[in-house]
Design a protein around this ligand. Sequence first.
Ligand SMILES: *Cc1c(COP(=O)(O)O)cnc(C)c1O
Length: 402
Amino acid sequence: MAVKLPIYMDNQATTAVDPRVLEAMLPYFTEKFGNAASRNHEFGWKAEEAVENARGQIARLIRANPREIVFTSGATESDNLAIKGVADPLREKGRESGNHIITQATEHKAVLDVCKRLEKSGSDVTYLPVSADGLIDLDDLRRAITPKTILISIMYANNEIGVIQPIAEIGKIAKEKKILFHVDAVQAVGKIPVDVQKDGIDLLSISAHKIYGPKGVGALYVRRKDPRVELSAMIDGGGHERGMRSGTLNVPGIVGLGKACEICLKEMQEESERLRLLRDKLKHSIMSRLYGTAINGSMDQRLPNNLNLSFSGVEGDALLMGINDVAVSSGSACTSAMIEPSYVLRALGVSEDLAHSSIRFGLGRFNTEEEVDYVADRVVETVKRLRELSPLYEAAKPRATR
Ligand SMILES: *Cc1c(COP(=O)(O)O)cnc(C)c1O
């Protein structure tokens, strides 16, 4: 059977809405259009009921209480609310009450840029380094803690290399030291088991569009007990979401996020197993046919649906151009007018050249084995062709293959 082109294999960037999610959402645009805050008629009650149902679906996936879920416009907002919401009130009380945050070099920009802004207004931030496999060192974390530390923010799984941090151990350290623990779990939730109780998490960011839900909706888990987390709001007006996030709720989006979580809870185990096999097949199929290929990030502590490879002796742009019927991401990021190597890969110690010639493969629910075979073939033939064109690579080849 011929595969349908182009192939989408960039599921760490976003995912297609699952048809079951769309179906659940549709009535909330039309006949069930009520405002969830309208307390005196049927339209409002129906919307509120749908929102509360979604809160339950999300809470079940991460073992939280539904009352601990705050809806947002996405994980960027959830990360902002979690970190600024903890740091701002304490800073206003003065430096003595604590102003130190610990995070890591390979966080998403939604965490790093918030920390950079807080540094400008008087917070101290420690950016933990990662080892060549992308993992932080727990001893580095212990050493970074000071009496002024108020928050640890470490992501569950990285969006470029899929590496999973030792979240339960970090949670334990945070608890011992009575420091709040925020986790950007966008890439982990729905893919691997996430349990805010077992992992000792106080704040956790979720995004719908990374788990086959719609864009522009997310949630922040905010612990209510042991300890009860107090956040200052970023958006005032109306006091929705227990005063933490005002604004009329995006009811269809929230219904979609809830349904996406329900499906993940039911299908995660089987889906992860399927994607792990496909991912491993992709890896083997490429690496057994090409030398000069390296894996970025730990292969053991890794999401089942992620593969990140560097190909020496080829230009990243040329490689992506050569496989332009396959949607993947490169290890280059366009910041303003410049093309820069991925800061995540650089933090692992990957050279600038190799970072540019890296590819992230993000497998997802709708990928098939035929697609994996096609992608592997295209990558292998493209890399071989580009290397043949490159006189530099000829000289660098291993002797036996010259
Ligand atoms: C996508 C992503 C975000 C941002 O989520 P949005 O809902 O798009 O704002 C934050 N963190 C990680 C790890 C992500 O992958």
